[in-house]
Design a protein around this ligand. Structure first.
Ligand SMILES: CC(C)(COP(=O)([O-])OP(=O)([O-])OC[C@H]1O[C@@H](n2cnc3c(N)ncnc32)[C@H](O)[C@@H]1OP(=O)([O-])[O-])[C@@H](O)C(=O)NCCC(=O)NCCSC(=O)C[C@@](C)(O)CC(=O)[O-]
Length: 453
């Protein structure tokens, strides 16, 4: 039985800062960001948006565009690393909003939960839902990934920010792609990128040594939540490379083949924290799995690095990149990092590219290399199904991204620092965060959303 993705929908933040504007303001060579990392725009949430809003918008589009009956949906599993509550999952908010729009109790028998493992939580949810459909082929599941990749001002992550959600419908006999049941996995606990609980001593805030109550906080340390991660960019690249390489060769072992795996893949879809991450990281796998060895394994570390640089600059590798990786990069250049959604946006970008350029890809194999900091990689593959084109007709990925609203640097900084209080773009036909409860003691912090026609 074939199992995979039957439909796909997305919602990306509607405002963006051109990378050129950021480069100018931060005195960074704009060519480095464009030609070195592949960046053109970074998308940012408006003040009425958060990760529930993005997830709910993507889910609503998935349901409406594909006439999905809610009682067919057995699960909605969310991949996210941008939770808005430490106990209540985003998926429970999504249930409330879908029932608000499509009818009370319409999802009361649906199982929901959030998966968190940095950027790979969405792939974990996908694998889990595939297993579920294998056991329950008449049922359907939805994976919704939703995130806001926010980094500190002036950090090396600043130019890789992005925000939005991707929702996919998982079923038997899917219209888009059917996955094979081989999952190469590699895991290692590291601190390359993480979002720890942070504390500030109350004394530093109040200047008093007597631990007197401060806004009802009796503890002498005040816990602080930040969306921005603690990270080491170059080390995170190394972890990405090590994990994906090991997962790729585990996958090859599972396939029990001596053939070059990537030759069988028409397209390669990788986790893209920025557009050119895949092409920068894949040269080692490209060399190690080549049919005639490009790396001998005898090189000392600096020779090895020099050879890798040479390979990545070679004409053969450039052709390989354009053919197999570039279609997935197109949307990433215009969006930025979507964390859990990046790999699924890479798939959508590839499909939309082939759809727009009228290329037939039925029966072609796609390879997937997922990564999540902390760290884990999964490598898997799937085959494009005959009806893939019919599902793309009303997705309009590149047209939507084209219509994104440009903001200036001053507005960007105000949004980042939460000084902007008015919406930049008036919401229409979408969910918004309406208010956060501040008065009723039993509901302090409860977030309420509404649909705007
Ligand atoms: C990604 C980094 C580390 C990049 O770090 P960086 O310091 O901005 O860039 P770089 O020094 O590594 O150089 C970029 C490239 O630009 C080139 N360059 C230089 N000048 C020019 C020029 N004039 N014209 C053309 N090219 C130029 C330069 O040569 C180089 O290309 P290379 O040849 O090495 O491939 C940084 O942006 C960062 O810290 N980002 C945040 C963390 C991150 O994204 N890490 C990626 C791996 S971890 C991951 O993917 C997981 C994540 C982050 O999504 C989180 C999760 O799992 O939840």
């Amino acid at each position: 039985m074939k199992i995979g993705i039957d439909a796909i929908a997305f919602d990306v933040a509607k405002i963006h800062l051109p990378i050129k504007t950021l480069a100018l303001a931060r005195n960074i060579e704009s060519e480095k960001l464009k030609k070195g990392l592949g960046l053109i725009k970074m998308t940012l949430p408006d003040i009425h948006q958060d990760t529930v809003v993005f997830g709910a918008n993507a889910l609503t589009k998935l349901i409406l565009n594909n006439n999905i009956k809610l009682d067919e949906i057995a699960r909605i599993y969310v991949g996210t690393e941008s939770a808005i509550d430490n106990s209540k999952p985003i998926s429970s908010f999504l249930i409330t909003l879908m029932e608000q729009k499509f009818g009370e109790d319409s999802l009361s028998e649906c199982d929901v939960v959030d998966f968190t493992f940095a950027c790979i939580g969405g792939v974990d949810a996908l694998q889990n839902c595939i297993d579920f459909i294998q056991l329950n082929p008449t049922k359907k599941a939805i994976v919704a990934t939703t995130d806001f990749a926010k980094y500190d001002l002036n950090s090396t992550g600043e130019y890789t920010q992005g925000a939005g959600a991707v929702a996919i419908l998982i079923s038997a006999n899917p219209r888009i792609i059917a996955f094979e049941n081989h999952w190469g996995v590699n895991t290692k606990g590291v601190f390359d990128f993480f979002k720890p609980y942070r504390t500030v001593s109350k004394q530093e805030i109040t200047g008093n040594t007597n631990n007197e109550s401060w806004f009802d906080n009796l503890e002498s340390e005040i816990e602080i939540h930040k969306d921005q991660p603690v990270f080491d960019g170059q080390y995170s690249n190394q972890c990405y490379m090590d994990r994906t390489k090991a997962a790729y060769f585990s996958f090859k072992k599972l396939k029990n083949t001596q053939e070059t795996i990537y030759h069988s893949w028409k397209s390669i879809v990788m986790h893209l924290p920025y557009a050119f991450q895949g092409r920068r990281m894949l040269s080692e796998i490209y060399a190690l799995d080549a049919s005639s060895a490009i790396l001998s394994g005898e090189e000392n570390p600096s020779e090895y690095q020099n050879k890798l640089k040479e390979i990545s600059k070679s004409e053969e590798y450039k052709t390989f990149v354009i053919e197999k990786l570039q279609p997935a990069e197109l949307a990433s250049s215009l969006i930025g990092n979507l964390y859990t959604g990046s790999i699924f946006m890479g798939l959508l970008s590839t499909l939309a590219h082939f759809y727009d350029t009228k290329k037939e890809i039925t029966s072609e194999k796609f390879g997937f290399l997922a990564y999540g900091s902390g760290s884990k990689s999964k490598v898997f593959e799937g085959t494009i199904q005959p009806e893939w084109k019919s599902t793309l007709a009303n997705v309009a990925l590149f047209e939507t991204l084209e219509n994104s609203f440009e903001i200036d640097f001053e507005t960007y900084e105000k949004l980042h620092k939460k000084e902007q209080k008015q919406s930049i773009v008036e919401p229409k036909n979408e969910w918004i965060l309406d208010r956060i409860e501040a008065e009723i003691p039993n509901l302090i912090g409860a977030r309420y959303y509404k649909w705007i026609d």
